[in-house]
Design a protein around this ligand. Structure first.
Ligand code: CP3
Length: 343
C-alpha cells in the first residue's frame, strides 16, 4: 500500500499496514537545508513564491523518505494578510501583525471581498506539489480556525495568553462575532480551493483553543469551526486540532470531522474513550522527545503506538509542531519506530 492510500485509509479507519506518519512544521528550522534557503529569502517571500514553497515542502520528504504525507509550507497568517492585515516576525522572536482590530471601523476596513482570490499563490503551490508528488504521498493543506486567527488580529500579534482578545470576548461579544463570521467565510472558501488544487486532506489549527473556557469555547470557537465545515462537502477529510481541548473530545468529535489532532497532554486511548464515537486520532508524541536522546524518542514513539492498541484510525504525529532544536537522529528514530510497527 502506498503512503497516500495508507494515509487516507487511516483517516477512514480502514485497515492498512501501519500507522501513516507526518510531522507538523516538518519544514522548520531544524533542517539545515531549510536554514540555507531562509538565509536567502525572508519567510513571507518564501510563503508567497510557489517555487520556494514547493521546495521547502519537499525538503523533509527527501531527507526522510518514510514520511507518508507532505504538509504545504505556508502559514495560518496568510488569511489575515489576504484580509488586509499583514504579518511579520519580530527580530526578538514572535509575530507582529501590521495593525490590531480594536474598533468597528477597523473591522469595516477589512478587505473581505476577494480575500480567497488573493491566496492564488497557495493554490498554485498545491497544484505544483500534487504534480511532483504524484499519487504516492498524501498532500495536506491547512488553515487556522476562525478563533485562532481572531486572536492574532485582535491582539495585533502573538501572545502567551491573548489578554486583549479575551477582554473583547467579554466587553464586546457582538464585535467578536462579526470578526469570527468574516473569518469563517474566508477560511471556508480558502479550504474549498485548497481541495480543488489537489490537497488530499486539510488540518484546521485551533492552536489557541485553550484561551477560551467552558461555554465560551462553544460560542466563540466551535460554532465557527462548524460554520466552516458546513461549507465543505459532507465527510470532507478534515483533521481538527484544538490544543488543550482533549477533555472536550466529545464536543470536537460531534463536529463530524473524521479525525482529531491530539496534543501530548492526554493518552490517545483516553481521548478515544472520551470521543464517544469511532474516529481517527492524529498524534501525539511530546515534541520535547525530538530534542533529546534518539533512544528515548524511539521508546516514547513505541509507547504512543502501543497506547493506540492497534486501532486502524491512527495517524502518527507529534502533539504540536517540531521545534528548531529538534535533532535529526531523534526524528529518524521516531520514524523507524513507526515504520517497524504494524496495525
Ligand atoms: O511543516 C510545515 O512547515 C507546515 C507549515 C506550517 C508553518 N506554520 C510554517 C512555519 C504550518 C502548518 C504552520 C501553522 C501555524 N503558524 C500555526 C498553527 C500551528 C501551531 O503551531 O499551533 C500557528 C499558530 C502559526 C503562526 C506562527 N508561524 C508561529 C507562532 C510561528 C513561530 C514564530 C516564532 O517566532 O518562533 C510561525 C513561524 C513559522 N511557520 C515557521 C515555519 C516553518 C518558522 C519560521 C522561521 O523562523 O524560519
Amino acid at each position: 500500500m502506498n503512503s497516500r492510500d495508507r494515509f487516507l485509509a487511516a483517516l477512514r479507519r480502514q485497515p492498512h499496514g501501519r500507522a501513516p506518519v507526518w510531522i507538523m512544521r516538518q519544514a522548520g528550522r531544524y533542517l539545515p537545508e531549510y536554514r540555507a534557503l531562509k538565509a536567502k529569502s525572508d519567510f513571507v517571500t518564501m510563503v508567497r513564491t510557489p517555487d520556494l514553497a514547493v521546495e521547502v515542502t519537499l525538503q523533509p520528504l527527501r531527507r526522510f523518505p518514510q514520511l507518508d504525507a507532505a504538509i504545504l509550507f505556508s502559514d495560518i497568517l496568510v488569511i489575515p494578510e489576504a484580509l488586509g492585515v499583514g504579518y511579520r516576525f519580530r527580530d526578538e522572536g514572535g509575530i507582529a501583525m501590521e495593525r490590531a482590530l480594536r474598533s468597528a471601523a477597523d473591522v469595516d476596513g477589512l478587505a473581505v471581498a476577494g480575500a480567497a482570490d488573493r491566496l492564488r499563490y497557495v493554490y498554485a503551490a498545491l497544484a505544483q506539489l500534487r504534480r511532483e508528488l504524484g499519487h504516492d504521498k498524501a498532500l495536506l493543506g491547512f488553515a487556522g480556525s476562525p478563533w485562532t486567527l481572531a486572536c492574532y488580529l485582535v491582539e495585533g500579534g502573538g501572545s502567551e495568553d491573548f489578554p486583549k482578545t479575551k477582554a473583547l470576548v467579554k466587553s464586546d461579544p457582538k464585535m467578536m462575532h462579526r470578526i469570527l463570521g468574516i473569518l469563517a467565510e474566508a477560511v471556508a472558501e480558502y479550504l474549498t480551493r485548497q481541495f480543488a488544487a489537489g490537497a488530499d486532506a486539510i488540518q484546521i489549527f485551533d492552536s489557541w483553543a485553550g484561551a477560551l473556557q467552558g461555554p465560551d469555547y462553544e460560542e466563540f470557537s466551535l460554532r465557527y469551526i462548524r460554520a466552516v465545515l458546513e461549507r465543505l462537502p459532507a465527510g470532507a477529510p478534515v483533521i481538527l486540532y484544538a490544543k488543550g481541548k482533549s477533555p472536550q473530545a466529545a464536543a470536537l468529535a460531534a463536529t463530524g470531522v473524521p479525525c482529531l489532532g491530539v496534543d501530548w497532554t492526554m493518552p490517545l486511548s483516553h481521548v478515544r474513550r472520551l470521543a464517544g464515537r469511532p474516529i481517527c486520532l492524529q498524534g501525539n508524541l511530546d515534541p520535547e522527545f525530538m530534542v533529546g536522546d534518539p533512544g528515548a524518542a524511539h521508546a516514547a514513539a513505541m509507547e504512543v503506538l502501543a497506547d493506540n492498541a492497534d486501532d486502524p484510525g491512527h495517524i502518527f504525529n507529534l502533539g504540536h509542531g517540531i521545534t528548531p532544536q529538534a535533532r535529526i537522529e531523534s526524528f529518524q528514530a521516531v520514524l523507524d519506530a513507526v515504520v517497524a510497527s504494524g496495525v
